[in-house]
Write a protein that binds this ligand. Structure first.
Ligand code: GLU
Length: 296
C-alpha cells in the first residue's frame, strides 16, 4: 500500500519593508519595520526591502542611499532588495512600470476603472461627508462620482472610451454599499463599507504613473508577500487594496497594522521630526539597542 500523500506545505512567510525615499526615516518607521522583521524571523521566513520611489517630485536618490544606510545601522537585515537582488528583482518601483501598466490594462479591459478630470479643488468642493462610523472616518475626501460613466452623456462616454492612459487620472469604481471585512493580525476584526468609508480611488495618475494603491498590490502579489506589516495610517487603504487584489485575481496577504508612534505633543511622527530621524539619533550617538529597549 502506498503511503498517504503528504499534506501541502504551509506557505513560507514572506514579509516586506516598503519605505518611500521622500525624506529621512524616523523612529516611527523603525518601530513598525522592527515588528515586520521580528514577525518574519519568528516565522522562519524571508524579509525583503522594496524601494517605493514612484513619487518623482518627492523621492531623491540621496534619500535612497540614506535609507539603506540608516536601516542597516539600526540593525535591519533583509534577504532580497535593491542592493542585494533576489528572485523578484527589480526591487525599485520605478523600474517595475511595465508590471503596473499591464495590471492597469487588465482593470481597464474589465471596465473596472474610468478616467477622471476633476481637479483637487473640484474634489474638495464636491466631496461627500466621510462616514462617521467608518474606519478612521476615511483618509481622503469621498469622491462624488462626478466622472462615473453613467453621469456623462453618451457622446462624452464615447469620447472618453478612446482616451489614452495618460493626461487624466483613472479611478477604480468601488461597489457601493458592499461591506468588506478582514481580521488584522494585530488589531483584530476590521470592517468598512465601500462608497461610505472610502469612495472611488485613483489607480493611475495624470502623470502616467500608477498610484500607491495599484503599485503596492501588484508588487505584494508578484513578490509573494504573505503578511503586510505597516502603520495603522494605512488601514483604510487596506480595503481599497483588497478590492484591487480581488479584481486582479490575486490572493490577499494577511495584514498587521501597527499603532503609530506619537511625539511628546501627541502628534504623529513625520519625516519633518528631524530630531527623531535615524540620521540624527545616530549622529547624537544613541545606540539602536537602547532605542529599541524604550519601546518595550
Ligand atoms: N511606501 C509606503 C509608505 O512609506 C508604505 C507602503 C505599505 O507599507 O504598504 O508610506
Amino acid at each position: 500500500m502506498s503511503p498517504p500523500p503528504a499534506p501541502p506545505a504551509p506557505p513560507v512567510y514572506r514579509g516586506r519593508l516598503a519605505p518611500s525615499p521622500t525624506g529621512y526615516l524616523h523612529l516611527g518607521h523603525a518601530r513598525t519595520f522592527w515588528t515586520a522583521q521580528e514577525r518574519a524571523r519568528a516565522a522562519g521566513g524571508t524579509l525583503l526591502l522594496r524601494n517605493e520611489d514612484l513619487d518623482r517630485a518627492r523621492c531623491r536618490p540621496e534619500f535612497v542611499a540614506a535609507m539603506l544606510e540608516d536601516l542597516r545601522w539600526f540593525g535591519f537585515t533583509w534577504q532580497e532588495g535593491p542592493d542585494c537582488g533576489g528572485p523578484h528583482a527589480p526591487y525599485d518601483q520605478s523600474a517595475r512600470l511595465d508590471l503596473y501598466r499591464s495590471a492597469f490594462d487588465r482593470l481597464r479591459a474589465a471596465g473596472l476603472v474610468y478616467p477622471c478630470t476633476c481637479s483637487r479643488r473640484d474634489i474638495a468642493e464636491s466631496a461627500g461627508a466621510p462616514h462617521e462610523s467608518g474606519v478612521g472616518g476615511g483618509d481622503e475626501p469621498l469622491y462624488s462620482g462626478r466622472c462615473r460613466p453613467e453621469r456623462l452623456d453618451a457622446a462624452e462616454q464615447n469620447r472618453r472610451a478612446a482616451w489614452p492612459r495618460a493626461g487624466h487620472s483613472w479611478r477604480f469604481r468601488v461597489p457601493d454599499g458592499r461591506r468588506l471585512q478582514f481580521i488584522d493580525t494585530a488589531l483584530g476584526p476590521q470592517s468598512a463599507v465601500a462608497g461610505e468609508t472610502f469612495g472611488d480611488f485613483v489607480v493611475w495618475r495624470r502623470e502616467d504613473l500608477p498610484s500607491y494603491q495599484l503599485a503596492v498590490v501588484v508588487d505584494d502579489a508578484a513578490m509573494g508577500i504573505t503578511e503586510v506589516v505597516r502603520g495603522a495610517d494605512l488601514l483604510v487603504s487596506t480595503f481599497r487594496q483588497l478590492l484591487l487584489l480581488e479584481a486582479l485575481g490575486s490572493p490577499a496577504p494577511a495584514y498587521h497594522h501597527c499603532p503609530l508612534l506619537l511625539d511628546a505633543a501627541g502628534q504623529r511622527l513625520a519625516k519633518r521630526h528631524d530630531s527623531l530621524s535615524l540620521r540624527a539619533l545616530r549622529a547624537a550617538g544613541r545606540p539602536p539597542a537602547d532605542l529599541r529597549l524604550a519601546w518595550a
